[in-house]
Ligand binder design. Structure first.
Ligand code: ZN
Length: 63
């Protein structure tokens, strides 16, 4: 989703124009979004924990 067509709820102008603080805040927030930012840090930590547990389990089973 791009912010090009987003209309600000505060000033009713396109957010991309940054006419009010709400626009600018939204624009900055949206511009900072990258494919990686879609990953929740907590989800990433949980994923790592699951991987570590799986490796530990496998190591335990092979011994
Ligand atoms: Zn605005």
């Amino acid at each position: 989703m791009t912010y090009d067509r987003l209309v600000c709820a505060n000033c009713a102008a396109p957010v991309s124009e940054g006419r009010c603080p709400v626009c600018r805040a939204n624009r900055e927030r949206l511009q900072q979004e990258s494919p990686l930012s879609g990953l929740n840090p907590m989800a990433l930590i949980a994923l790592v924990a699951v991987l570590v547990a799986a490796v530990a389990l496998l190591a335990h089973q092979t011994v």
